[in-house]
Design a protein around this ligand. Sequence first.
Ligand SMILES: Nc1ncnc2c1ncn2[C@@H]1O[C@H](COP(=O)(O)OP(=O)(O)OP(=O)(O)O)[C@@H](O)[C@H]1O
Length: 471
Amino acid sequence: MSLVTRFAPSPTGYLHVGGARTALFSWLYAKKKGGKFILRIEDTDLERSTQASVDAILEGMSWLGLDYDEGPYYQTKRFDLYKEVVAQLVADGKAYKCFCTIEEVDAMREAQTAAGEKPRYNGMWRDRTDHPADTPFVIRFKNPQSGTVVIDDLIKGRIEIANSELDDLIIARSDGTPTYNLTVVVDDWKMGITHVIRGDDHVNNTPRQMNILAALGADIPKYAHVPMILGDDGKRLSKRHGAVGVMQYRDNGFLPEALLNYLVRLGWSHGDQEIFSKDELVQLFDLDSCNRAPSAFNTDKLIWLNQHYMKTLPAEQVAAQLQWHIAEQKLDIGNGPALTELVKAQAERVKTLKEMVEVSRYFYEDFSQFDADAAKKHLRPVALEPLQAVAAKLEALSDWSQATIHDAINATAETLGVGMGKIGMPLRVAVTGGGNSPALDLTLSLIGKARSLARLQLAIDFVQQRANDSE
Ligand SMILES: Nc1ncnc2c1ncn2[C@@H]1O[C@H](COP(=O)(O)OP(=O)(O)OP(=O)(O)O)[C@@H](O)[C@H]1O
Protein backbone atom coordinates (compact mmCIF):
# COMPACT_ATOMS: atom_id res chain seq x y z
CA MET A 1 0.00 0.00 0.00
CA SER A 2 1.39 3.39 -0.89
CA LEU A 3 2.15 5.91 1.81
CA VAL A 4 -0.29 8.80 2.36
CA THR A 5 0.31 11.83 4.61
CA ARG A 6 -1.80 14.90 5.18
CA PHE A 7 -1.69 18.44 6.45
CA ALA A 8 -4.90 19.43 8.19
CA PRO A 9 -5.00 23.06 9.26
CA SER A 10 -8.04 24.82 10.65
CA PRO A 11 -8.78 27.97 8.64
CA THR A 12 -8.90 30.30 11.60
CA GLY A 13 -6.04 32.56 10.50
CA TYR A 14 -2.98 32.62 8.26
CA LEU A 15 -0.48 29.78 7.86
CA HIS A 16 2.17 30.40 10.50
CA VAL A 17 5.68 29.01 10.64
CA GLY A 18 4.75 26.31 13.17
CA GLY A 19 2.03 24.92 10.92
CA ALA A 20 4.21 25.41 7.85
CA ARG A 21 7.02 23.30 9.30
CA THR A 22 4.58 20.55 10.17
CA ALA A 23 3.21 20.72 6.61
CA LEU A 24 6.76 20.61 5.25
CA PHE A 25 7.61 17.46 7.23
CA SER A 26 4.46 15.70 5.93
CA TRP A 27 5.20 16.86 2.40
CA LEU A 28 8.84 15.76 2.55
CA TYR A 29 8.00 12.38 3.99
CA ALA A 30 5.43 11.68 1.27
CA LYS A 31 7.83 12.80 -1.47
CA LYS A 32 10.70 10.78 -0.06
CA LYS A 33 8.63 7.62 0.07
CA GLY A 34 6.98 8.15 -3.30
CA GLY A 35 3.63 8.55 -1.56
CA LYS A 36 0.79 11.06 -1.61
CA PHE A 37 0.37 14.32 0.33
CA ILE A 38 -3.20 15.45 1.01
CA LEU A 39 -4.41 18.89 2.11
CA ARG A 40 -7.48 18.83 4.28
CA ILE A 41 -9.09 21.99 5.59
CA GLU A 42 -10.63 21.36 9.01
CA ASP A 43 -13.27 24.06 8.87
CA THR A 44 -15.92 22.64 11.18
CA ASP A 45 -15.51 25.45 13.72
CA LEU A 46 -17.98 27.61 11.83
CA GLU A 47 -17.56 30.60 14.10
CA ARG A 48 -13.79 30.87 13.70
CA SER A 49 -13.31 29.55 10.14
CA THR A 50 -13.20 32.03 7.28
CA GLN A 51 -12.69 31.92 3.52
CA ALA A 52 -9.97 34.56 3.92
CA SER A 53 -8.05 32.13 6.15
CA VAL A 54 -8.48 29.30 3.63
CA ASP A 55 -7.07 31.61 0.95
CA ALA A 56 -4.20 32.62 3.22
CA ILE A 57 -3.30 28.98 3.91
CA LEU A 58 -3.41 28.09 0.21
CA GLU A 59 -1.31 31.17 -0.61
CA GLY A 60 1.27 30.23 2.03
CA MET A 61 1.53 26.63 0.83
CA SER A 62 1.85 27.75 -2.76
CA TRP A 63 4.54 30.33 -1.95
CA LEU A 64 6.55 27.66 -0.12
CA GLY A 65 6.04 25.24 -3.02
CA LEU A 66 4.26 22.65 -0.86
CA ASP A 67 2.06 21.20 -3.56
CA TYR A 68 -0.51 18.57 -2.67
CA ASP A 69 -1.53 15.49 -4.61
CA GLU A 70 -5.13 15.61 -3.39
CA GLY A 71 -7.41 18.24 -1.97
CA PRO A 72 -8.03 20.68 -0.60
CA TYR A 73 -10.82 18.68 1.02
CA TYR A 74 -13.20 20.64 3.22
CA GLN A 75 -14.69 18.96 6.26
CA THR A 76 -17.85 21.08 6.09
CA LYS A 77 -18.63 19.32 2.78
CA ARG A 78 -18.41 15.89 4.40
CA PHE A 79 -21.05 16.13 7.11
CA ASP A 80 -23.26 13.42 5.54
CA LEU A 81 -20.36 10.98 5.76
CA TYR A 82 -19.66 11.83 9.40
CA LYS A 83 -23.33 11.42 10.29
CA GLU A 84 -23.44 8.02 8.60
CA VAL A 85 -20.41 6.86 10.57
CA VAL A 86 -21.88 8.11 13.86
CA ALA A 87 -25.17 6.32 13.10
CA GLN A 88 -23.25 3.12 12.30
CA LEU A 89 -21.32 3.30 15.56
CA VAL A 90 -24.60 3.69 17.48
CA ALA A 91 -26.21 0.84 15.52
CA ASP A 92 -23.20 -1.39 16.31
CA GLY A 93 -23.42 -0.55 20.02
CA LYS A 94 -20.07 1.24 19.90
CA ALA A 95 -21.53 4.65 20.67
CA TYR A 96 -24.60 5.71 22.61
CA LYS A 97 -27.04 8.50 23.28
CA CYS A 98 -26.35 10.51 26.40
CA PHE A 99 -29.22 12.58 27.76
CA CYS A 100 -27.30 14.34 30.52
CA THR A 101 -28.08 18.01 30.89
CA ILE A 102 -25.29 20.53 31.19
CA GLU A 103 -26.22 20.94 34.85
CA GLU A 104 -25.83 17.21 35.45
CA VAL A 105 -22.42 17.13 33.78
CA ASP A 106 -21.32 20.18 35.80
CA ALA A 107 -22.52 18.59 39.03
CA MET A 108 -20.66 15.38 38.15
CA ARG A 109 -17.45 17.36 37.63
CA GLU A 110 -17.84 19.36 40.81
CA ALA A 111 -18.38 16.25 42.89
CA GLN A 112 -15.31 14.59 41.33
CA THR A 113 -13.14 17.64 41.90
CA ALA A 114 -14.35 17.88 45.50
CA ALA A 115 -13.40 14.22 45.97
CA GLY A 116 -9.93 14.95 44.55
CA GLU A 117 -10.63 12.95 41.37
CA LYS A 118 -9.93 13.92 37.78
CA PRO A 119 -13.16 15.40 36.35
CA ARG A 120 -14.57 13.15 33.63
CA TYR A 121 -17.87 11.87 32.29
CA ASN A 122 -18.88 8.89 34.44
CA GLY A 123 -20.62 6.85 31.74
CA MET A 124 -24.07 7.16 33.29
CA TRP A 125 -25.90 6.61 29.95
CA ARG A 126 -23.45 4.06 28.57
CA ASP A 127 -25.62 1.03 29.11
CA ARG A 128 -29.07 2.52 29.69
CA THR A 129 -32.02 1.80 27.43
CA ASP A 130 -34.67 3.91 29.21
CA HIS A 131 -34.26 6.73 26.72
CA PRO A 132 -36.60 9.68 27.33
CA ALA A 133 -38.67 10.94 24.37
CA ASP A 134 -38.31 14.46 22.99
CA THR A 135 -35.17 15.16 25.01
CA PRO A 136 -31.98 16.47 23.48
CA PHE A 137 -29.00 14.13 23.52
CA VAL A 138 -25.39 13.94 22.42
CA ILE A 139 -23.67 10.84 21.09
CA ARG A 140 -20.73 9.49 23.07
CA PHE A 141 -18.15 6.95 21.98
CA LYS A 142 -17.95 3.84 24.15
CA ASN A 143 -14.30 3.98 25.01
CA PRO A 144 -12.87 0.63 26.15
CA GLN A 145 -12.80 0.56 29.95
CA SER A 146 -9.73 -1.58 30.39
CA GLY A 147 -6.40 -2.17 28.71
CA THR A 148 -4.00 0.38 27.30
CA VAL A 149 -3.49 2.23 24.06
CA VAL A 150 0.07 2.13 22.75
CA ILE A 151 1.34 4.76 20.34
CA ASP A 152 4.58 3.73 18.67
CA ASP A 153 5.33 7.31 17.81
CA LEU A 154 7.85 7.66 15.00
CA ILE A 155 9.43 10.66 16.72
CA LYS A 156 8.61 10.40 20.41
CA GLY A 157 8.94 6.64 20.75
CA ARG A 158 6.52 4.46 22.69
CA ILE A 159 3.69 6.19 24.56
CA GLU A 160 1.25 4.15 26.64
CA ILE A 161 -2.08 5.43 27.92
CA ALA A 162 -4.45 3.42 30.14
CA ASN A 163 -8.02 3.37 28.89
CA SER A 164 -9.11 4.10 32.44
CA GLU A 165 -7.70 7.59 31.82
CA LEU A 166 -10.04 8.22 28.91
CA ASP A 167 -13.76 8.91 29.30
CA ASP A 168 -16.54 8.48 26.75
CA LEU A 169 -15.95 11.26 24.29
CA ILE A 170 -18.80 13.21 22.65
CA ILE A 171 -18.64 12.46 18.93
CA ALA A 172 -21.87 14.26 17.90
CA ARG A 173 -23.38 17.35 19.54
CA SER A 174 -27.08 17.71 20.36
CA ASP A 175 -27.65 19.45 17.00
CA GLY A 176 -26.19 16.39 15.28
CA THR A 177 -22.93 18.03 14.21
CA PRO A 178 -19.83 15.84 14.57
CA THR A 179 -16.98 16.84 16.89
CA TYR A 180 -13.33 17.34 16.09
CA ASN A 181 -11.97 13.91 16.99
CA LEU A 182 -14.71 12.15 15.03
CA THR A 183 -14.19 14.13 11.83
CA VAL A 184 -10.42 13.61 11.99
CA VAL A 185 -10.82 9.88 12.48
CA VAL A 186 -13.33 9.46 9.66
CA ASP A 187 -11.16 11.47 7.28
CA ASP A 188 -7.91 9.75 8.17
CA TRP A 189 -9.71 6.45 7.60
CA LYS A 190 -11.55 7.31 4.40
CA MET A 191 -8.59 9.15 2.89
CA GLY A 192 -6.35 6.15 3.53
CA ILE A 193 -3.87 8.16 5.60
CA THR A 194 -1.00 5.83 6.51
CA HIS A 195 1.13 8.37 8.41
CA VAL A 196 -0.31 11.13 10.58
CA ILE A 197 2.47 13.68 10.98
CA ARG A 198 1.26 16.55 13.13
CA GLY A 199 2.20 18.84 15.98
CA ASP A 200 2.57 17.29 19.41
CA ASP A 201 -0.23 19.57 20.65
CA HIS A 202 -2.38 16.69 19.33
CA VAL A 203 -0.75 13.90 21.27
CA ASN A 204 -3.63 13.75 23.78
CA ASN A 205 -6.12 13.23 20.97
CA THR A 206 -4.26 10.27 19.53
CA PRO A 207 -5.31 7.47 21.94
CA ARG A 208 -8.95 8.51 21.64
CA GLN A 209 -8.69 8.59 17.86
CA MET A 210 -6.97 5.19 17.79
CA ASN A 211 -9.80 3.70 19.87
CA ILE A 212 -12.45 5.08 17.50
CA LEU A 213 -10.51 3.81 14.47
CA ALA A 214 -10.29 0.37 16.07
CA ALA A 215 -14.06 0.41 16.74
CA LEU A 216 -14.62 1.20 13.07
CA GLY A 217 -12.42 -1.71 12.03
CA ALA A 218 -10.12 0.77 10.27
CA ASP A 219 -6.38 0.39 9.81
CA ILE A 220 -4.58 2.48 12.40
CA PRO A 221 -2.09 4.85 10.79
CA LYS A 222 1.41 5.39 12.12
CA TYR A 223 1.76 8.58 14.15
CA ALA A 224 4.62 11.07 14.25
CA HIS A 225 4.16 13.99 16.61
CA VAL A 226 6.56 16.77 15.82
CA PRO A 227 7.64 19.12 18.59
CA MET A 228 6.35 22.65 18.68
CA ILE A 229 8.03 25.79 17.46
CA LEU A 230 7.99 28.23 20.34
CA GLY A 231 7.83 32.00 20.33
CA ASP A 232 10.22 34.34 22.14
CA ASP A 233 8.18 33.93 25.33
CA GLY A 234 8.58 30.14 25.32
CA LYS A 235 4.92 29.50 24.47
CA ARG A 236 3.98 27.56 21.37
CA LEU A 237 3.41 29.65 18.29
CA SER A 238 -0.23 29.65 17.34
CA LYS A 239 -2.56 31.85 15.40
CA ARG A 240 -4.12 32.94 18.64
CA HIS A 241 -0.75 33.63 20.14
CA GLY A 242 1.12 36.16 18.08
CA ALA A 243 2.63 33.80 15.48
CA VAL A 244 3.99 35.38 12.35
CA GLY A 245 2.33 34.24 9.15
CA VAL A 246 4.41 32.71 6.40
CA MET A 247 3.45 35.45 3.96
CA GLN A 248 4.81 38.06 6.34
CA TYR A 249 8.25 36.57 5.62
CA ARG A 250 7.61 37.11 1.92
CA ASP A 251 6.61 40.70 2.69
CA ASN A 252 9.76 41.18 4.79
CA GLY A 253 11.92 40.09 1.87
CA PHE A 254 12.74 36.45 2.52
CA LEU A 255 13.01 33.82 -0.20
CA PRO A 256 10.82 30.74 0.17
CA GLU A 257 13.94 28.58 -0.27
CA ALA A 258 15.52 30.28 2.76
CA LEU A 259 12.43 29.90 4.94
CA LEU A 260 12.01 26.24 3.99
CA ASN A 261 15.66 25.47 4.70
CA TYR A 262 15.38 27.35 7.96
CA LEU A 263 12.20 25.57 9.04
CA VAL A 264 13.47 22.11 8.25
CA ARG A 265 16.66 22.67 10.22
CA LEU A 266 14.68 23.97 13.15
CA GLY A 267 13.40 20.49 13.86
CA TRP A 268 15.60 18.09 11.95
CA SER A 269 19.29 17.57 11.28
CA HIS A 270 21.62 15.67 9.02
CA GLY A 271 25.06 15.78 10.60
CA ASP A 272 26.11 19.40 10.79
CA GLN A 273 24.94 20.29 7.30
CA GLU A 274 23.06 23.60 7.20
CA ILE A 275 22.21 24.18 3.56
CA PHE A 276 19.79 21.85 1.79
CA SER A 277 18.12 22.19 -1.58
CA LYS A 278 14.58 20.89 -1.78
CA ASP A 279 15.70 17.89 -3.84
CA GLU A 280 18.36 17.09 -1.31
CA LEU A 281 15.81 17.28 1.49
CA VAL A 282 13.54 14.85 -0.31
CA GLN A 283 16.50 12.47 -0.50
CA LEU A 284 17.74 12.88 3.05
CA PHE A 285 14.70 13.67 5.20
CA ASP A 286 13.66 11.10 7.74
CA LEU A 287 11.48 11.17 10.80
CA ASP A 288 14.16 9.34 12.82
CA SER A 289 16.37 12.42 12.80
CA CYS A 290 13.66 14.84 13.95
CA ASN A 291 14.28 16.59 17.26
CA ARG A 292 12.19 15.58 20.19
CA ALA A 293 12.54 18.91 21.94
CA PRO A 294 10.71 22.08 20.92
CA SER A 295 12.69 24.76 19.14
CA ALA A 296 12.66 28.52 19.25
CA PHE A 297 12.86 30.87 16.32
CA ASN A 298 16.18 32.56 15.48
CA THR A 299 15.88 35.39 13.00
CA ASP A 300 19.65 35.87 12.53
CA LYS A 301 20.00 32.37 11.14
CA LEU A 302 17.10 32.94 8.76
CA ILE A 303 18.80 36.12 7.51
CA TRP A 304 22.03 34.22 6.98
CA LEU A 305 20.20 31.60 4.91
CA ASN A 306 18.38 34.30 2.97
CA GLN A 307 21.69 35.90 2.04
CA HIS A 308 23.05 32.54 1.02
CA TYR A 309 20.12 31.86 -1.31
CA MET A 310 20.06 35.37 -2.78
CA LYS A 311 23.69 34.90 -3.76
CA THR A 312 23.58 31.30 -4.95
CA LEU A 313 20.20 30.65 -6.57
CA PRO A 314 19.96 31.39 -10.30
CA ALA A 315 19.35 35.14 -10.67
CA GLU A 316 16.12 34.42 -12.60
CA GLN A 317 14.69 32.59 -9.61
CA VAL A 318 15.55 35.39 -7.20
CA ALA A 319 14.27 37.97 -9.68
CA ALA A 320 10.92 36.18 -9.85
CA GLN A 321 10.51 36.73 -6.10
CA LEU A 322 11.87 40.26 -6.33
CA GLN A 323 9.10 41.19 -8.73
CA TRP A 324 6.56 41.31 -5.91
CA HIS A 325 8.67 43.82 -3.95
CA ILE A 326 9.20 45.95 -7.02
CA ALA A 327 5.44 46.16 -7.50
CA GLU A 328 4.95 46.80 -3.79
CA GLN A 329 7.34 49.75 -3.85
CA LYS A 330 5.81 50.94 -7.13
CA LEU A 331 9.01 50.95 -9.15
CA ASP A 332 8.79 50.88 -12.93
CA ILE A 333 11.31 48.28 -14.06
CA GLY A 334 10.90 49.36 -17.67
CA ASN A 335 12.85 52.39 -16.53
CA GLY A 336 16.09 50.65 -15.56
CA PRO A 337 18.07 47.41 -15.58
CA ALA A 338 16.48 43.97 -15.85
CA LEU A 339 15.78 42.43 -12.46
CA THR A 340 18.27 39.63 -13.07
CA GLU A 341 20.97 42.29 -13.48
CA LEU A 342 19.84 43.99 -10.31
CA VAL A 343 20.02 40.71 -8.40
CA LYS A 344 23.56 40.06 -9.65
CA ALA A 345 24.63 43.56 -8.63
CA GLN A 346 23.00 43.75 -5.20
CA ALA A 347 22.68 40.19 -3.82
CA GLU A 348 25.98 40.38 -1.94
CA ARG A 349 25.12 43.70 -0.41
CA VAL A 350 21.76 43.23 1.28
CA LYS A 351 19.99 40.97 3.75
CA THR A 352 16.56 40.76 2.16
CA LEU A 353 14.76 41.33 -1.12
CA LYS A 354 12.87 44.19 0.49
CA GLU A 355 16.14 45.89 1.30
CA MET A 356 17.40 45.14 -2.22
CA VAL A 357 14.57 47.17 -3.69
CA GLU A 358 14.88 49.94 -1.11
CA VAL A 359 18.56 50.50 -1.91
CA SER A 360 18.01 50.26 -5.66
CA ARG A 361 15.52 53.06 -6.30
CA TYR A 362 18.12 55.18 -8.12
CA PHE A 363 18.37 52.59 -10.88
CA TYR A 364 14.75 53.23 -11.80
CA GLU A 365 13.91 56.70 -10.51
CA ASP A 366 15.57 60.07 -10.88
CA PHE A 367 16.08 62.21 -7.83
CA SER A 368 16.29 65.93 -7.33
CA GLN A 369 18.26 65.91 -4.10
CA PHE A 370 21.36 64.14 -2.85
CA ASP A 371 21.49 62.43 0.50
CA ALA A 372 22.41 65.31 2.81
CA ASP A 373 25.24 63.56 4.68
CA ALA A 374 26.78 62.06 1.57
CA ALA A 375 26.64 65.39 -0.25
CA LYS A 376 28.16 67.25 2.69
CA LYS A 377 31.06 64.85 2.74
CA HIS A 378 31.69 64.21 -0.95
CA LEU A 379 30.14 66.94 -3.09
CA ARG A 380 32.50 69.65 -1.92
CA PRO A 381 34.24 72.28 -4.07
CA VAL A 382 37.35 70.06 -4.34
CA ALA A 383 35.19 67.55 -6.20
CA LEU A 384 34.35 69.97 -8.98
CA GLU A 385 37.35 69.33 -11.17
CA PRO A 386 37.25 65.51 -10.84
CA LEU A 387 33.52 65.49 -11.58
CA GLN A 388 33.92 67.67 -14.65
CA ALA A 389 36.86 65.62 -15.89
CA VAL A 390 35.17 62.27 -15.42
CA ALA A 391 31.97 63.59 -16.99
CA ALA A 392 33.94 64.60 -20.10
CA LYS A 393 35.64 61.21 -20.32
CA LEU A 394 32.37 59.34 -19.88
CA GLU A 395 30.57 61.51 -22.40
CA ALA A 396 33.19 60.62 -24.99
CA LEU A 397 32.52 56.90 -24.68
CA SER A 398 30.79 55.39 -27.65
CA ASP A 399 30.54 51.97 -26.03
CA TRP A 400 28.85 52.13 -22.57
CA SER A 401 30.11 48.98 -20.90
CA GLN A 402 31.48 48.13 -17.52
CA ALA A 403 34.98 47.80 -18.98
CA THR A 404 34.98 51.11 -20.86
CA ILE A 405 33.52 52.92 -17.86
CA HIS A 406 36.16 51.38 -15.64
CA ASP A 407 38.94 52.58 -17.98
CA ALA A 408 37.43 56.07 -18.22
CA ILE A 409 37.38 56.47 -14.44
CA ASN A 410 40.96 55.20 -14.12
CA ALA A 411 42.16 57.43 -16.92
CA THR A 412 40.60 60.46 -15.21
CA ALA A 413 42.42 59.68 -11.97
CA GLU A 414 45.67 59.32 -13.86
CA THR A 415 45.28 62.55 -15.81
CA LEU A 416 44.47 64.50 -12.67
CA GLY A 417 47.16 62.71 -10.71
CA VAL A 418 44.76 61.94 -7.87
CA GLY A 419 43.77 58.73 -6.08
CA MET A 420 40.57 56.87 -6.92
CA GLY A 421 38.90 58.05 -3.73
CA LYS A 422 38.92 61.65 -4.91
CA ILE A 423 36.88 60.67 -7.95
CA GLY A 424 35.02 57.58 -6.86
CA MET A 425 32.99 58.87 -3.97
CA PRO A 426 31.86 62.15 -5.58
CA LEU A 427 30.96 60.18 -8.71
CA ARG A 428 29.00 57.64 -6.64
CA VAL A 429 27.03 60.31 -4.80
CA ALA A 430 26.44 62.10 -8.11
CA VAL A 431 24.93 59.13 -9.93
CA THR A 432 23.16 57.33 -7.08
CA GLY A 433 22.29 60.22 -4.78
CA GLY A 434 23.95 58.47 -1.82
CA GLY A 435 27.16 56.92 -0.56
CA ASN A 436 26.41 53.21 -1.08
CA SER A 437 26.27 51.26 -4.29
CA PRO A 438 27.84 48.30 -6.06
CA ALA A 439 31.14 48.85 -7.88
CA LEU A 440 31.03 52.14 -9.76
CA ASP A 441 31.65 50.76 -13.24
CA LEU A 442 28.81 48.27 -12.75
CA THR A 443 26.53 50.87 -11.21
CA LEU A 444 27.03 53.34 -14.04
CA SER A 445 26.64 50.68 -16.70
CA LEU A 446 23.27 49.71 -15.20
CA ILE A 447 22.10 53.30 -14.77
CA GLY A 448 22.83 54.00 -18.44
CA LYS A 449 24.79 56.72 -20.18
CA ALA A 450 22.25 59.49 -20.62
CA ARG A 451 20.97 59.22 -17.12
CA SER A 452 24.47 59.03 -15.58
CA LEU A 453 25.57 62.13 -17.44
CA ALA A 454 22.45 64.06 -16.49
CA ARG A 455 22.98 63.21 -12.84
CA LEU A 456 26.65 64.17 -13.07
CA GLN A 457 25.59 67.54 -14.41
CA LEU A 458 23.19 67.94 -11.52
CA ALA A 459 26.05 67.21 -9.10
CA ILE A 460 28.40 69.61 -10.88
CA ASP A 461 25.77 72.36 -10.62
CA PHE A 462 25.28 71.50 -6.97
CA VAL A 463 29.01 71.74 -6.22
CA GLN A 464 29.34 74.94 -8.19
CA GLN A 465 26.47 76.47 -6.28
CA ARG A 466 28.06 75.42 -3.05
CA ALA A 467 31.40 76.92 -4.10
CA ASN A 468 29.64 80.19 -5.01
CA ASP A 469 27.76 80.23 -1.71
CA SER A 470 30.95 79.84 0.29
CA GLU A 471 32.77 82.65 -1.54
N1 LIG B 1 3.81 26.18 17.05
C1 LIG B 1 3.68 25.09 16.31
N2 LIG B 1 4.77 24.34 16.02
C2 LIG B 1 4.66 23.23 15.25
N3 LIG B 1 3.50 22.77 14.72
C3 LIG B 1 2.38 23.47 14.98
C4 LIG B 1 2.41 24.66 15.79
N4 LIG B 1 1.14 25.14 15.88
C5 LIG B 1 0.37 24.30 15.16
N5 LIG B 1 1.10 23.30 14.62
C6 LIG B 1 0.61 22.18 13.81
O1 LIG B 1 0.13 22.68 12.57
C7 LIG B 1 -0.99 21.93 12.12
C8 LIG B 1 -2.15 22.85 11.82
O2 LIG B 1 -2.59 23.42 13.01
P1 LIG B 1 -3.74 24.48 13.16
O3 LIG B 1 -4.24 24.95 11.87
O4 LIG B 1 -4.72 23.93 14.11
O5 LIG B 1 -2.90 25.70 13.77
P2 LIG B 1 -2.90 26.37 15.19
O6 LIG B 1 -1.95 27.52 15.15
O7 LIG B 1 -2.65 25.30 16.20
O8 LIG B 1 -4.34 26.91 15.31
P3 LIG B 1 -5.00 27.60 16.55
O9 LIG B 1 -4.38 28.95 16.69
O10 LIG B 1 -6.42 27.64 16.09
O11 LIG B 1 -4.71 26.71 17.72
C9 LIG B 1 -1.24 20.90 13.21
O12 LIG B 1 -0.60 19.70 12.86
C10 LIG B 1 -0.58 21.49 14.42
O13 LIG B 1 -0.17 20.52 15.33
